[in-house]
Design a protein around this ligand. Structure first.
Ligand SMILES: [Fe+2]
Ligand SMILES: [Fe+2]
Length: 343
């Protein structure tokens, strides 16, 4: 998913308890055996295959929350399209925001292969029954934020998403291959915005540094709460998702990989990451980093971030205003189908 910053409550069946039961009866022994063998052999599960209802529901929730994150994620940067500093920057930013809409489209389509309707998923987003990545509840205060989002947020998204290209559910894995290609382009363009600012005036450099200061810690939170060491004792979603071949690495391992990847990039940029405890640990072969403020994470997740209410209000308004487009597209599809039936 975009990140794992949805929190366990949103992943537990509690928050969307009204999820309709899957279309399947419980698997019989033969079906369960085929499913287990496919997972064991690292083969893909396809929509036609029998699958346990808990596997189906976990995927519906994960793919939907990923899709929601893609389309809510259009807002922080969409906010800067009219104010991008040049025509070139505006064209690039528009293309990026459109890419995110496309990612949402692939993912809602992947979720629909599991027997759930897109309208229903959007309704769950609009009514707070499903979440989106908590990172998008932070505001974009300056143009440099578009650079920091591309560099850090899309960077963290890639780290999370590349392993999903090998997810056991075929339609999700295939959607992720294209998404990852586009996300890596997003990360490069974010880096390039910051690169240009860091080679500009003192004011521009300060703006880039300030954006990195504000986005660094929330980007680390995107990998989700700790799930290794002591945190792994309680079992939980990470182990089950790993057993099903949906998740490939623990949140903490992905976070460490991200830090290790970003520190040299920050050095190239000339940006100082806002963590006095950040240093290379030769023994571990990784960078050590300071403690994450998980209280802030839970606060934002529970709805008390700077932009939670604004993001959903804007989304619902866009959905309502787009009703005529959906109606027109449906009417057109019906007309085409009836013409084909006659021909
Ligand atoms: Fe995306
Ligand atoms: Fe992106």
């Amino acid at each position: 998913m975009y990140g794992n910053d949805f929190g366990p409550t949103a992943q537990a069946s509690g928050t969307d308890a009204d999820t309709p039961p899957g279309p399947d009866e419980p698997l019989n022994a033969a079906e369960a055996g085929i499913f287990d063998d496919l997972i064991e052999a690292e083969q893909r599960i396809e929509p036609r295959d029998a699958m346990p209802d808990s596997y189906r529901q976990t995927l519906v929730r994960q793919i939907a929350q990923h899709a929601h994150s893609e389309i809510i994620g259009m807002q922080p940067e969409g906010n800067w399209i009219t104010r991008a500093p040049s025509l070139r920057r505006k064209a690039i930013l528009m293309a990026k925001v459109q890419d995110e809409a496309g990612h949402g489209l692939y993912l809602y389509s992947a979720a629909e292969t599991l027997g759930v309707d897109r309208e229903e998923l959007l309704d769950r987003l609009h009514t707070g029954r499903q979440r989106y990545s908590s990172i998008f509840n932070y505001p974009t205060l300056t143009w440099a934020d578009c650079g920091a989002i591309g560099w850090l947020v899309d960077g963290a998204a890639i780290m999370n998403q590349v392993p999903l290209c090998r997810c056991s559910y075929g339609p999700y894995a295939r959607a992720m291959i294209r998404i990852c290609k586009e996300e890596s382009f997003h990360q490069r363009q974010g880096f390039e915005i910051l690169w240009t600012l860091m080679r500009g005036t003192e004011k521009q450099q300060a703006m880039a540094q300030d954006a990195a200061d504000r986005w660094w810690w929330p980007a680390l939170m995107m990998f989700g709460p700790p799930d290794t060491g002591e945190a792994a004792q309680g079992g939980g979603h990470t182990q089950q998702s790993m057993a099903w071949g949906i998740k490939r690495f623990a949140n903490d391992d992905l976070r460490q990989k991200f830090v290790d990847m970003m520190v040299p990039q920050a050095e190239r940029l000339g940006i100082v990451l806002p963590d006095p405890e950040l240093r290379w640990n030769a023994e571990r072969g990784h960078y050590d980093f300071g403690p994450i403020d998980w209280e802030e994470f839970w606060r934002v997740l529970k709805g008390d971030g700077p932009c939670n209410a604004e993001r959903i209000a804007h989304r619902v308004q866009a959905h309502d205003e787009g009703a005529w487009v959906r109606e027109a597209a449906t009417a057109y599809a019906v007309k085409q189908a009836s013409r084909e039936a006659v021909a």
